[in-house]
Design a protein around this ligand. Structure first.
Ligand SMILES: *Cc1c(COP(=O)(O)O)cnc(C)c1O
Length: 394
């Protein structure tokens, strides 16, 4: 049997795969089983932040694998502590909880908001059942695939087959502060989650004004503001975290995807206000804070400096300038190296054409989505853009 056939026969059919088998790669170039090379404009789904098998990343990973690949969270390991320190020093957050994925990072964030609200409730209502538990997210958002993060996801079609989902979630319109205020008059809100740029929803940035209004409203009402930086985080938007483009500081930040450059790692960053909400036994994760993933993440996070971020911004401008007004392109949206292109042709056709010509892209809703490695060389990026532009033409 070919690998296609074996995979189709034995792997659960949850993914519609392209007929390509990748066997190796270096940087932003990946090679398939027939030796054909592709420029990877998706970097996983924004995961391989410094590309495939990056030298420094690979050394950090293999050094750590040769020392100790796992210890339970009953013991201390250096990469976990050092990574938490680096994340806190670079963001001003005070503590970090480590899990393995974006969904897990959001689960922790939701638990923090619920427990913070419950602790406050207890102070004023004693043992009365807590009514302050609603977690509000935006319509068209995406927060993960677990039953709770699906409940958080503001897209009905994700919900239909899996009822009942975790209760206590509500959705409001993005960029409409009055919708949030109206809901707050009806239910008691524990937390609000936003993506500064909705990724899966179509690469749609929120307005700066709205993000600041949400911060003001949540602050005034002692509601925990969570920014889901699973996709937007770790340099993707030209700042270390996307909220830094919006002039706010949230109470909780969740991140994953690019954090460890291609190994599973999720992190929930806790500000001073919520740093002590979770205590012994309140939360945990067997694999969370894995020393290999943390060593990998340290090699990524320590290199996302002003220089690298400015390069991301420069490459972003190049991508926007290339596609704005180009033939077959209706609009371009996004931030940094997180770009959504609305094409006249169906996005699927553009992707197929690009693949034929050696470029791998992603989609988001009806758009072509680009999430290249942050360090993609300019000449490689230029080549990929040419191929994609050609594929957009009628
Ligand atoms: C991908 C994504 C998630 C889910 O991450 P997983 O690692 O697949 O669990 C959550 N939130 C956002 C914004 C994402 O883009």
């Amino acid at each position: 049997m070919s690998i296609f056939e074996t995979d189709k026969k034995y792997v659960a059919a949850t993914y519609k795969r392209f007929p390509v088998e990748i066997v190796s790669g270096k940087g932003s170039i990946v090679t398939d089983v027939d030796g054909k090379e592709y420029i990877d404009m998706g970097s996983g789904i924004g995961v391989t932040a410094f590309g495939i098998a990056d030298d420094e990343w690979q050394k950090a990973v293999t050094d750590q694998i040769g020392r100790v690949q796992h210890m339970s969270n009953l013991y201390y390991t250096e990469p976990c502590a050092k990574l938490a320190e680096a994340l806190c020093e670079k963001t001003g957050m005070k503590k970090v909880f480590f899990g393995n994925s974006g969904a897990e990072a959001n689960e922790c964030a939701i638990k923090v908001a619920r427990k913070y609200a419950a602790d406050k409730w207890k102070e004023t209502h004693g043992d009365e059942p807590c009514e302050r538990y609603t977690i509000v997210t935006l319509r068209n958002s995406f927060h993960g695939r677990t039953l709770t993060t699906l409940a958080a996801t503001g897209q009905d079609h994700f919900h239909e087959l899996f009822q009942p989902l975790t209760p206590g979630f509500a959705h409001v319109a993005a960029n409409d502060i009055d919708d949030l205020k109206k809901l707050a008059a009806e239910v008691q809100i524990a937390g609000v989650i936003i993506e500064c740029v909705q990724g899966e929803g179509g690469v749609l940035p929120l307005t700066k004004e709205y993000v600041q209004e949400v911060r003001k409203f949540t602050e005034e009402n002692d509601i925990i503001m969570i920014v889901d930086e699973v996709q937007t985080g770790n340099g993707r938007t030209g700042e270390l975290y996307a909220y830094m483009n919006f002039g706010i500081t949230p109470d909780v930040v969740s991140t994953a995807k690019g954090l460890a450059g291609g190994l599973p790692l999720g992190a929930t960053l806790l500000s001073e206000k919520v740093q002590d909400v979770l205590g012994f036994g309140d939360h945990g994760s067997t694999f969370g804070g894995n020393p290999v993933s943390c060593a990998a993440a340290l090699s990524i996070i320590s290199r996302i400096d002003r220089n690298l971020l400015d390069e991301v911004k420069e490459k972003s401008r190049f991508v926007f300038d290339s596609f704005e007004g180009a033939e077959g392109v209706e609009s371009v949206a996004g931030m940094g190296l997180m770009v959504g292109i609305k094409t006249v042709k169906p996005a699927g056709e553009v992707l197929a054409k690009c693949m034929e010509n050696g470029v791998l892209c992603l989609t988001a809703k009806d758009k072509v989505r680009l999430l290249p490695a942050l360090n993609i060389p300019m000449d490689v990026l230029k080549k990929a853009v040419e191929v994609i532009k050609e594929a957009c033409k009628q």
